[in-house]
Design a protein around this ligand. Structure first.
Ligand code: COA
Ligand code: AMP
Length: 635
């Protein structure tokens, strides 16, 4: 089939507002919009201004009312606990309505924030949908973050309630969430008035009297007494959630997602991009703590009337490299979405795909990869193994859905390995030089999206409109700055190569080296430091810290380095995968004192580099090379 992409993209180009208006017919609105796009509202305009809706009702009630009550909505598959649970749309609606009633009874109302710090269990998705039902604003914090990161988010979002669990389960280790939560609340100036805690069999948490409640007990009581909350009408432009993502400093950015535009955009993607039909099973092997989990474990599949899989496990080790094939085979998954790093992990354990022989994955039609650039080797390996299209697509927490990719639903375009294919309707993607002028095809530059951003993208940062404008809109007037660098070839295919800021990508997780530097600098013995991302075969990048100690420090370097690793793990969390610290005499700098992180990265990766013209003392680069050599030979 030839692709309809070109036709659809030009339809959007010719009349973007009518394009999205016609897609909006797929959503149930409580009150229709006054203007599909209000250019003068917000920082760059707002979508579906004046409309009222409820996201939870569109994900659940609508399908129960239209014949999908008995269809599966959510499949929970947890190899780490040996549990499988299935919820039909009717059952999920019942649970979510009960949980919303419990939340309301404990003081949560429209506009209040509900922070969710949970492992991959059904209650995490239920809490998101229950919050949406009440018109509250959820903020999910990934379980791999430590108390300090959690505290920063509590302090910024000021939640009325926190929903959490006694523990998460990582291969070989139980992560006690409750002590981390207690410590975070202690550290934060804002205190939630109430916490709902899901007690898990693996570990029982102690509850703080008059603040903590047993979530399951309250749900049972709600079921017994017939409590259930109806969906509350919210403005399409009201926030559905705030999701914190790494910025250039230790203060994360609170990406705001609205209700109306978000539903319209996600619904469009399910059929047109992912080629998934209502009633089919879609699996995003990610975590609800990340944007992929928000959009494609919870909201998009449910808005579409599809079945979603919530998987509490890893691609390898739970129990083996056949885990993904088992889940696909047992649940008739038609499309899998994950990060390339997950496939690199499988390839490393099972390069010849022996485990695949044990399963029939005939239901699978496609594999979508995102979160980091899909390297050509991984794509080719997965294509040969699975014999389905393997499609890379590029997106960001800020956009909530893909900026560019290969739209299978519209008919796939030819794949170019290493390219995230073409911009989706909604995105006019330009490659600009540092002065903001478009560069020619094939030339590397700053990737920017012409304003306005399409429905679903962030309208602002949580209570930080100026930071939003500074971070994204000011450098290239009229454009949204993606902070990604790359190029467009003569066919309009996009190649996303690297970040232009100090964000690194570790196993598909977005992390700030600036935040890690803040932690290292807080150690008493550290005078100066720099953290860079070095290439890693499995995780894409790994953080590596260089520290200069204060003069007069006589302790063993290895002892201090160990403390620094512990400090980052304790303050940011295990997800940072921060395990490399090297003590050096000096850091290479420009004459104006800027640390030459880019040059250090090239040295660490063994790449050729040009001696920066502004370098203060070139001999320091040799010292860095020697330190790295020394490190490699001892580790
Ligand atoms: N709660 C607590 N700790 C967590 C956690 C969670 N939810 N998730 C990860 N961690 C911990 C891990 O246990 C590990 O700790 P360790 O240092 O004690 O071993 C650390 O954080 C790093 O975790 P991770 O990045 O998951 O590495 P890993 O070595 O355990 O697994 C992969 C490697 C490739 C299998 C894994 O990273 C993976 O599946 N990645 C897919 C990424 C993804 O889904 N990205 C989302 C974008 S689509
Ligand atoms: P996150 O906000 O966590 O989704 O991370 C977004 C960043 O991940 C982007 O700015 C890119 O740097 C990177 N990224 C995500 N998907 C891709 C992709 N398909 N190709 C290249 N980089 C990607």
């Amino acid at each position: 089939m030839s692709s309809q992409y070109g036709e659809v993209y030009s339809q959007w180009m010719q009349d973007p507002v009518s394009f999205w208006e016609s897609q909006a017919a797929q959503i149930d609105w409580i009150k229709p919009w006054e203007r599909a796009f209000a250019a003068e509202e917000g920082a760059y305009g707002r979508w579906f201004s004046g409309a009222q809706c409820n996201t939870s009702a569109n994900c659940l009630d609508r399908h129960v009312g239209s014949g999908r009550a008995e269809q599966l909505a959510l499949i929970y598959d947890s190899p780490v606990t040996g549990t499988k649970q299935r919820y039909t749309y009717a059952q999920l609606l019942e649970k979510v309505s009960q949980l919303a009633a419990v939340m309301a009874a404990h003081g949560v109302g429209k506009g209040d924030r509900v922070l969710i710090y949970m492992p991959m269990i059904p209650e995490a998705a239920m809490a998101m949908l229950a919050s949406a039902r009440l018109g509250a604003v959820h903020s999910v914090v990934f379980g791999g973050f430590a108390a300090q990161e959690l505290a920063t988010r509590i302090e910024d979002a000021k939640p009325a309630m926190i929903v959490s669990a006694s523990c998460g389960i990582e291969p070989g280790r139980i992560v006690a969430y409750k002590p981390l939560l207690d410590e975070a609340i202690e550290l934060s100036a804002h205190k939630p008035s109430c916490c709902l805690i899901k007690q898990r069999e693996a570990l029982n948490a102690e509850l703080v009297p008059e603040r903590d409640y047993d979530l399951e007990g309250l749900m049972r009581e709600a079921a017994r007494t017939g409590q259930s909350a109806a969906p509350v009408a919210v403005e399409a432009t009201d926030p559905l959630y705030v999701l914190y993502t790494s910025g250039t400093t230790g203060q994360p950015k609170g990406v705001v997602r609205d209700n109306g535009g978000h539903m319209v955009a996600l619904k469009w993607t399910m059929e047109n991009f992912y080629d998934v039909k209502p009633g089919e099973v879609f699996w995003a092997a990610s975590d609800v703590g990340w944007v992929v989990g928000h959009s494609y474990i919870v909201y998009a599949p449910l808005l579409h009337g599809a079945t979603t899989v919530l998987y509490e496990g890893k691609p390898v080790g739970t129990p083996d490299a056949g885990a993904f094939w088992r889940v696909i085979a047992e649940n008739n998954v038609v499309s899998l979405f994950t990060a390339p790093t997950a496939f690199r992990a499988i390839k490393k354990e099972d390069p010849n795909g022996e485990y695949l022989k044990k399963y029939d994955i005939g239901s699978l039609r496609s594999l979508f990869l995102a979160g980091e650039r899909a390297d050509p080797d991984t794509i080719s390996w997965a294509e040969q193994l699975l014999e389905v299209p393997v499609l890379d697509h590029w997106w960001q927490t800020e956009t909530g859905w893909c900026i560019s990719g290969n739209p299978l639903g519209l008919g796939a375009l030819p794949v170019k390995l290493g390219s995230a294919t073409v911009p989706m309707p909604g995105y006019d993607v330009q490659v600009l030089d540092d002065a903001g002028h478009p560069v020619e095809a094939g030339v590397l530059g700053n990737i920017a999206v012409r304003l306005p951003l399409p429905p679903g993208c962030l309208p602002t940062l949580w209570e930080a409109e100026e930071r939003f404008k500074d971070a994204y809109l000011s450098e290239f007037p009229g454009f949204y700055k993606t902070s990604d660098a790359g190029l467009k070839d003569e066919d309009g295919y996009l190649f996303i190569m690297s970040r232009t800021d100090d964000i690194i990508n570790v196993a598909g997780h977005r992390l700030s080296t600036g935040a890690m530097e803040e932690v290292l600098a807080s150690h008493d013995d550290v005078a100066e430091c720099a953290v860079i991302g070095v290439s890693d075969k499995l995780k894409g990048q790994l953080p590596c810290g260089f520290v200069v100690l204060k003069s007069g420090v006589e302790r063993e370097h290895s002892e201090i380095e160990k403390e620094l690793v512990g400090l980052v793990r304790q303050q940011i969390g295990p997800v940072a995968a921060f395990k490399l610290v090297i003590t050096v005499e000096r850091l290479p700098k420009t004459r104006s004192g800027k640390i030459l992180r880019g040059t250090m990265r090239s040295i660490a990766d063994g790449q050729d580099y040009k001696m920066p013209a502004t370098i203060d003392d070139p001999s320091i680069l040799d010292e860095i090379s020697e330190a790295l050599e020394g490190y490699r030979s001892t580790s």
